[in-house]
Design a protein around this ligand. Structure first.
Ligand code: SF4
Length: 476
């Protein structure tokens, strides 16, 4: 549905093709090899992907499918089955948050959503206070439907408003009108007071800064306590990109995009919102705990076609954090789940360096940045000061007022947050150079926050390269 900002930042940390040595098929480890037990009760967030939409939006390149008829029973059963499998493989004991994304998960029935939540609660601890978010399109967010989701266990909604201008909504190929978006937000706020988020897009072709500010002002008049703002990205293969690149629509200039972003930040902060992440704003403490778990590099399990995950597969004898991607196409994914209990298409064992690159690239998206404590969980022997305290890129960025390094940790200044994409390459380079120094300065691998590093290293990781585990076998 909406452009997920955290995932854009994760491009730098995305699953890498190639990488280290030859792949090791799941199940090929000696049976006598004992799987180490986590040192502490393991937790993870859970992302569930509903891949279907009723219509393609003109700008969207997400993994979504518009089909004549959805076999919801089969899809729901496969989501439940894969959830059980991956929970078992991860050996997590508690799920801290659940996020139903898509696609358009509000097209699914509350029964399907409820069955998935019941499966989670039946397999691991799912605290009643856990945040359970569902993305909803205004065109499939009627009051009774939303009430059904609430009864099923959903306690937070993220509504894809995108714009409050009907001409812009038509340009974006959205199904709904501005009036329908307002009604959906009103209905959602009635059912989920304080826990309704809206997504808005800026940087549309031909959009002026004034028009953007006017729409945002209007949204502030009826929104709840969480807003996500995303700059429109022109994606190859989309109808909108073809129109812009073909000259039929204007390309928004970079300085205008920067003005729009700064204008929005100023307006939202003035309205009492905390700018807690590059694209996200919350007031009254309504931060998204699920998305925070991504930016804080916690473990997360991705279920459904094309879903991504990051966890240690203790149940398969794994010892290190892996990046997992599930099979993209729904029918192929379902066949794999029916055959082997999961549709994992690709696994990459993340090297210690790659884990730290993720911690850095994602953590700097937050206003609190990377705390010294969180960095230390992943890198107990190479502190933030060791990496960024000496002469180099970070020092220069501090002198320019864009970066702060102190006892609390490493974070961007407010001005630096707007420039994060251009700050990151130099910082990553500094991290990589420091990591390449000879032992004992190189930190050992760390499976997940809070876990002992002992036994986490292997030959592939010692080189700093990821290992791709291509042949995915095993399962339930
Ligand atoms: S609703 Fe539109 S933007 Fe969202 S996933 Fe479907 S096609 Fe993409």
């Amino acid at each position: 549905m909406a452009v997920r900002g955290w995932w854009r930042a994760a491009a730098i940390a995305a699953v890498r093709p190639g990488g280290g040595g030859p792949g090791r098929a799941l199940g090929s480890a000696p049976e006598s090899e004992p799987a180490p037990e986590p040192a502490a009760p393991a937790t993870a967030a859970l992302y569930v992907h509903w891949p279907y939409c009723r219509k393609r939006c003109s700008y969207c390149n997400f993994n979504k499918y518009v089909v004549p008829a959805v076999d919801e029973a089969a899809m729901g059963a496969c989501l439940v089955r894969e959830t059980r499998t991956l929970l078992r493989l991860s050996r997590v004991q508690s799920i801290t948050s659940v996020f139903f994304g898509g696609g358009t998960p509000s097209l699914a029935s509350p029964h399907t959503v409820g069955a998935l939540l019941e499966a989670v609660a039946g397999a691991v601890h799912l605290p009643t206070s856990a945040e359970v978010t569902l993305e909803a399109n205004p065109s499939s967010a009627g009051t009774s439907h939303l009430a059904g989701f609430k009864a099923a266990g959903v306690n937070r909604l993220s509504i894809g408003v995108q714009s409050l201008d009907d001409a812009e909504l038509r340009l974006l190929g959205r199904e709904h009108t501005a009036a329908e978006a307002r009604s959906a937000v009103e209905a959602a706020r009635g059912l989920f007071p304080g826990r309704t988020s809206i997504d808005l897009l800026f940087g549309l072709p031909g959009q002026s800064c004034g028009a953007w500010a006017k729409g945002l002002e209007e949204a502030l008049g009826f929104c709840d306590d969480h807003i996500s703002l995303y700059q429109l990205t022109l994606e190859r293969g989309t109808a909108l990109a073809a129109q812009v690149w073909g000259g039929a629509l204007p390309t928004p200039p970079q300085d205008l995009l920067a003005d729009m972003y700064q204008t929005a930040c100023t307006m939202l902060v003035a309205a009492g919102f905390r700018h807690y992440e590059v694209s996200n704003f919350a007031r009254k403490g309504a931060l998204s705990t699920h998305n925070l778990s991504y930016w804080q590099a916690e473990q997360y399990i991705g279920v459904g076609p094309g879903a991504h995950g990051r966890f240690v597969p203790w149940g398969e004898g794994g010892r290190s954090r892996e990046a997992r991607v599930q099979t993209l196409e729904p029918d192929a994914w379902m066949q794999e789940v029916q055959r082997q209990g999961h549709g994992t298409r690709r696994r990459v064992v993340l090297s210690p360096l790659e884990q730290m690159e993720e911690v850095l690239a994602l953590g700097l998206r937050m206003d609190e940045g990377i705390t010294a404590e969180r960095w230390g969980h992943f890198s107990p022997h190479l502190s933030l000061q060791d990496v960024f305290g000496g002469p180099g890129e970070a020092k220069e960025l501090q002198q320019q007022g864009w970066l702060v390094l102190d006892d609390r940790g490493l974070r961007c200044s407010r001005e630096g947050l707007a420039l994060l994409d251009s700050l990151l390459p130099g910082l990553l380079c500094q991290l990589q150079q420091c990591w390449a120094l000879p032992a004992p300065r190189v930190a050992p691998s760390h499976g997940s926050p809070g876990r002992s590093p002992a036994g986490d290293r292997d030959g592939g990781e010692a080189t700093g390269h990821s290992r791709v585990l291509e042949a995915v076998t095993g399962g339930e």
